[in-house]
Write a protein that binds this ligand. Structure first.
Ligand code: NAD
Ligand code: UDP
Length: 315
């Protein structure tokens, strides 16, 4: 038993809840902090009976005084429609949230993990993206609250590391999907699956030729744990994601095939600054973490379809 006291911010969200489950299963004491903007109590409901688990409603833009050994900082809405709903709050969550959690890490000497994002690369002109690429980000567009907020958070992590010796682990997460995504999350995988299961039109933005590389949640959480477990010299940033790239049309066809849906594709305008292509170079994660994704897209989609099918049947 490792018996660490671990704080997970954004722990009632999609990725956070999977992480909380893994950490409790391994015998750790987990404090899950969430303001429930996009997260839900239901995501962690099975853990509420465990003496190892505690759920606290708290907004990370305010300071938090607790005693912990490790911090996973995941608090931040991740879906474009949700992070653009209150963009000022999104920037505050990334920036003030990072300052508060880094302050906590400094005082408690905790190791701290940051859920950064492939969005720090913006609409990339280097393909696939390596960690050395500085990105192509619009600082004043509708995605900027998220992209620049996350970039500033990375800056804060590295300044705390250089200035105070804080032990940091910065992960650049590429598109991840799986069970416990909210049916109204708005990201492409959940949208397509819910539309297909309901027999509604599948909404392709633009011509659907833009690409993304999708990682199944279990693979991603495994990478989080491995990164947190590395020695101090490894600060990141480390790209985490599945390097197999698909167009949105290919994704829609896969979802239609798996669900056996009669849904047709319908085309809507491409959102402003929507990245045209995205694929992680994961050589660093392979080398330093001995990690690579194991779940192919089709297998992961099948599990995710089964999840949404059961959710929609109960609704
Ligand atoms: P999510 O929206 O399901 O989870 C985010 C959680 O943070 C929610 O539970 C939400 O209520 C909570 N939250 C938001 N603002 C908060 C605040 N001010 N104080 C406390 N809690 C707050 O999204 P997710 O997919 O689970 O993403 C988790 C993290 O991983 C985010 O930081 C996101 O930027 C990052 N990330 C995710 C992906 C992905 O594909 N899932 C990709 C890149 C980065
Ligand atoms: N997308 C789409 N239909 C949808 C939702 C998203 O075609 O119903 C596209 C979106 O324009 C983007 C890609 O799917 O090109 C991934 O979008 P998502 O919001 O999941 O994440 P992003 O990687 O853009 O943050």
């Amino acid at each position: 038993m490792s018996e660490k006291r671990i704080l997970v911010t954004g722990g009632a969200g999609f990725l956070g809840s999977h992480l909380c489950h893994r950490l409790v299963e391994a015998g750790n004491e987990v404090l899950c902090v969430d303001n429930f903007f996009t997260g839900r109590r239901a995501n962690v409901a099975p853990l509420l009976d465990s003496p190892l688990f505690e759920l606290m409603r708290h907004d990370v833009t305010f300071p938090l005084y607790v005693e912990v050994d490790e911090i996973y900082n995941l608090a931040c809405p991740a879906s474009p429609i949700h992070y653009q709903f209150d963009p000022v709050q999104t920037t505050k969550t990334s920036v003030h949230g990072a300052i508060n959690m880094l302050g906590l890490a400094k005082r408690t000497r905790a190791k701290i993990f940051q859920a950064s994002t492939s969005e720090v690369y913006g609409d990339p002109v280097v393909h696939p993206q390596t960690e050395a690429y500085w990105g192509n980000v619009n600082p004043i567009g509708p995605r900027s609250c998220y992209d620049e907020g996350k970039r500033c958070a990375e800056t804060l992590f590295f300044d705390y590391h250089r200035q105070h010796g804080t032990r940091i682990k910065v992960a650049r997460i590429f598109n991840t999907y799986g069970p416990r995504m909210h049916p109204n999350d708005g990201r492409v995988v959940s949208n397509f699956i819910v539309q297909a299961l309901k027999g509604e039109p599948i909404t392709i933005y633009g011509e659907g030729m833009q690409t993304r590389s999708f990682c199944y949640v279990d693979d991603m959480v495994e990478a989080f744990l491995r990164l947190m477990g590395t020695e101090s010299h490894l600060t990141g940033p480390v790209n985490l994601g599945n390097p197999v790239e698909f167009t949105m049309r290919e994704l829609a066809e896969l979802v239609i095939g798996i669900t056996g849906s009669k849904s047709r594709m319908t085309f809507a305008p491409l959102p402003v600054d929507d990245p045209k292509q995205r694929q992680p170079d994961i050589a660093l994660a392979r080398r330093e973490l001995g990690w690579e994704p194991k779940v192919p897209l089709k297998a992961g989609l099948e599990k995710t379809v089964a999840y949404f099918d059961s959710v929609l049947r109960k609704a």
